[in-house]
Write a protein that binds this ligand. Structure first.
Ligand SMILES: Nc1ncnc2c1ncn2[C@@H]1O[C@H](CO)[C@@H](NC(=O)[C@@H](N)CO)[C@H]1O
Length: 148
């Protein structure tokens, strides 16, 4: 799993078109979304994650919690983003992993939104620009070598 974490004044998105034949079903309300004072987490779920999705979810949540506490963010935006890796997991696995990251962060007390999966989306982001505002993390299941 590859994550790009951007501490932002706001992140907003608008669904534009299907990017998969069968994207995640969404309500009218989910076609647009916005959070202020947010830790935006762009996530590419990778093939290697398929060997132990539960472990990758746990590691991702721990990393996000760690960064959120450092930047003092209570709002987290989980954003499916297929552009951080050339070794992507299958969509059904990726969606399940992203749903679980969202749920576990909510259980930890964060105010969490997740952008819809399987769509092209317009988005606006306002990065805060402080030294910890732009971070990336690579997560792999134990026993798997980290790809360069
Ligand atoms: N392994 C994976 N990890 C994360 N997201 C993934 C994925 N496989 C599919 N997606 C989702 O399907 C859209 C088309 O690839 C993706 N859409 C996007 O990445 C938008 N930024 C538009 O490009 C994403 O919603």
């Amino acid at each position: 799993m590859r994550m790009l974490l951007i501490h932002s004044d706001y992140l907003e998105y608008e669904v534009k078109d299907k990017a998969l034949k069968n994207p995640e079903p969404i309500s009218e309300e989910q076609k647009k979304g916005r959070l202020e004072e947010v830790l935006a987490v762009f996530i590419s779920v990778e093939k290697v994650d398929e060997t132990n999705p539960d472990e990758v979810v746990e590691k991702a949540v721990n990393e996000i919690k760690d960064v959120a506490s450092q930047v003092k963010a209570e709002n987290v935006f989980v954003y499916p983003f297929a552009h951080l890796s050339s070794e992507l997991a299958k969509p059904d696995i990726a969606l399940e992993v992203l749903r679980e990251v969202e749920e576990k962060l909510r259980e930890e007390g964060f105010n969490v939104k997740r952008a819809p999966f399987g769509y092209y989306k317009a988005f606006k982001l306002s990065c805060k620009g402080h030294p910890l505002a732009e971070l990336s993390r690579t997560i792999v299941p134990s026993g798997e070598a980290k790809a360069e």
